[in-house]
Design a binder for this molecule. Structure first.
Ligand code: AGP
Length: 609
């Protein structure tokens, strides 16, 4: 997910674009750049790192240009670098393009353009669009060339294009990535969301997928790719700037909880081979044959990523038939782990910078194991240190508490389970069943998110308690751990995640009317056993909030409160049973008046040991 902005109007574009990038930086911040129509030409500046690095390059230079486009990047293809930073240009350096999204057929397009003599300067998918436009930008207008180019691309885009030949025009278009036009007085701003617009105007035109807009100094025109003109309503924004960056959510954490359906869709996008009940994981192409030979997978991670890895262990053992161990990065590196060339060590890390996990990767490589990664931050240290890996494509996760990255990691672990399973004994039928159910998870999470208000009430009802036991069995045991971690780190409430069956071996001594439990009691292979645990708690006067499967009326008679979740495959249940626990932790923290985006003592990425 990247942030794009464009300006054309009566004022100098540079400060407006830089300010816009600052407000879009939560969408991506590994590199930034802009292109300004200046003195009959176009000036282009790029920088690696945050927008402030780009600002340093501007320094005291006084750009007078009043039309330009800009971009702050969250890398999806190609590491963060100056070459991969946007804007991208064509061979003649007369077309300048910024892009947010993923062009799925970029490899084929790039190959055919290279055969036609185009020279590329980046590893990105986005640059392909600039050269495609060049192909058509002969006698045609810029908008015609853009239109023809976009008809060749598959995937998602939000783009803005500037041309040296027609410097008083910006052409923008969207499909699957947001794009909004701010309509000011004698000025127009195009951006990924209102955060970059609201300071200049509250009048906006929301573009829809398949639409493009040609913006000039005197006005704009919206049409579709079939050249049909579209009349659009001008809306007014009633958000504050602060709220705009969170797209109306009070905190990034809540926004990212609600982004989970999108994050799962992006994790799966382009990776499912439905007809074969298999998956395509491009990042593992180089080690595909070696993966056939491995007889053990050691997953290393920390915190929430560790909990994802624990779910992965259960998935891989049950469905891929491969031995899978899970290790805390901070422990793994100080033991003498037995590893060999038949072992693959899989690092799971949102940031790709966690020192303990990185150290485990290095230890694995020292012992001749294959080092793999499931990482969200493209080009991060762990991503570069591993031999191969799979990117989440979840976009930046700003809230310190990991939410959308977690369910994205579970999506990727499910894909990896099918990948390794189909290399072994997993049947096509089983692969199809898993993948078909995985495709439904996005909808199931949306169903749970609709219960947010009810979950907020339950949080309020239990706000007086300072200790909780989180309990789950088998696939839900890691979710008990994750739920406990969330409420600890967000609301500073003490909680323990425990295997339900283990409770009677000690922690049940804690249970009384002042020590409630959160029990994950979904309809699965261990449901009856779990119900016994619920009865043990009730017999000791403990209050219970249950996470249960929709339609289960029995559980309602046994517990104090129930949050229902849709039925899915047992191995995929963690992807939905975690969502109520994320929301509970969020509401506990907010009701205590805490800054849930920046909890005390915590950092988003623990890059120290
Ligand atoms: C999760 O909510 C925490 N912020 C923390 O446990 C985090 O998951 C852990 O530090 C691992 O981070 P990583 O995924 O970036 O490696």
């Amino acid at each position: 997910m990247c942030g794009i902005a464009g300006y054309i109007g009566k004022n100098r574009a540079c400060p407006i674009l830089i300010d816009g990038l600052r407000r879009l930086e939560y969408r991506g911040y590994d590199s930034a750049g802009f292109a300004l129509a200046e003195d009959g030409g176009v000036v282009i500046l790029k920088a690696v790192g945050r927008v402030e690095e780009l600002e340093k390059q501007v320094g005291e230079r006084d750009f007078l240009g009043t039309a330009g486009i800009a971009h702050t990047r969250w890398a999806t293809h190609g590491k963060p670098s100056k070459e991969n930073a946007h804007p991208h240009v064509d061979c003649r350096q007369e077309i300048f393009l910024v892009h947010n999204g993923i062009i799925e057929n970029y490899k084929e397009l790039k190959e055919s353009l290279k055969k036609r003599g185009h020279r590329f300067s980046s590893e990105t998918d986005s640059e392909v669009i600039a050269h495609l436009i060049e192909e058509y930008y002969g006698e045609d207008s810029l908008e015609e060339a853009v239109r023809k180019a976009l008809l060749k691309a598959t995937g998602t885009y939000g783009i803005a294009v500037l041309s040296q030949r027609e410097p008083n025009k910006i052409v923008a278009a969207r499909k699957g990535s947001p794009l909004i036009l701010g309509v000011g007085k004698d000025e127009f701003i195009i951006a990924s969301d209102v955060a970059a617009i609201i300071r200049y105007t509250d009048r906006v035109v929301y573009l829809n997928d398949g639409e493009m807009v040609v913006i000039g100094r005197d006005g704009y025109e919206v049409s579709n790719l079939e050249r049909t003109r579209i009349d659009k309503r001008v809306d007014r924004i009633d958000w504050s700037v602060e709220k705009a960056e969170k797209q109306g959510f009070a905190y990034f954490m809540l926004k990212e909880i609600f982004e989970q359906p999108e994050a799962i869709k992006n994790a799966i996008r382009g990776r499912v081979l439905s007809a074969d009940g298999n998956v395509k994981l491009g990042g593992l192409d180089d080690v595909r044959e070696r993966l056939r030979e491995i007889n053990r997978l050691v997953i290393v991670a920390c915190g929430t990523a560790y909990h994802a890895g624990l779910v992965g262990k259960y998935m891989l053992e049950e469905y891929a038939g491969i031995r899978a161990d899970i290790e805390y990065g901070s422990e793994f590196r100080y033991r003498k782990p037995i590893l060999d060339s038949k072992t693959a060590v899989l690092a799971v890390s949102q940031s790709g910078e966690t020192a303990d996990t990185l150290a485990a990767v290095k230890e694995a490589k020292n012992k001749g194991a294959l080092a793999l990664g499931i990482v969200n931050a493209v080009g991060s240290t762990i991503a570069r240190e591993t031999d191969a890996g799979i990117y989440n494509h979840a976009g930046p996760e700003i809230g310190v508490a990991s939410t959308k990255a977690f369910t994205s990691q579970l999506s990727i672990l499910a894909l990896l389970t099918v990948f390794l399973g189909r290399q072994r004994e997993m049947s096509c039928v089983t692969g199809k069943r898993i993948l078909n159910e995985l495709a439904e998870i996005e909808r199931h999470i949306k169903t749970i998110l609709k219960q947010a208000k009810e979950i907020e009430k339950i949080a309020r009802k239990y706000s007086g308690f300072n200790n909780f036991l989180y309990l789950g069995r088998k696939y839900n045991y890691p979710i008990a751990l994750e739920g406990a971690l969330k409420i600890k780190e967000i609301a500073y409430v003490h909680a323990e995640g425990y295997p339900f069956g283990e409770m009677k071996h000690g922690s049940i001594a804690l249970i009384d009317e002042n020590f409630p439990s959160i029990a994950i009691v979904t309809k699965d292979s261990v449901y009856e056993k779990t119900i016994s645990g619920v009865q043990e708690i009730k017999a000791r006067g403990g209050k219970i909030i249950a996470i249960a499967t929709s339609g289960d009326k029995e559980i309602k008679k046994l517990v104090d409160d129930v949050i229902y979740i849709p039925k899915t495959l047992e191995m995929l249940t963690p992807m939905i049973s975690v969502v109520p626990l994320q929301l509970l932790a969020y509401y506990f923290g907010v009701q205590k008046g805490l800054d849930v985006d920046k909890p005390r003592n915590l950092a988003k990425s623990v890059t120290v040991e």
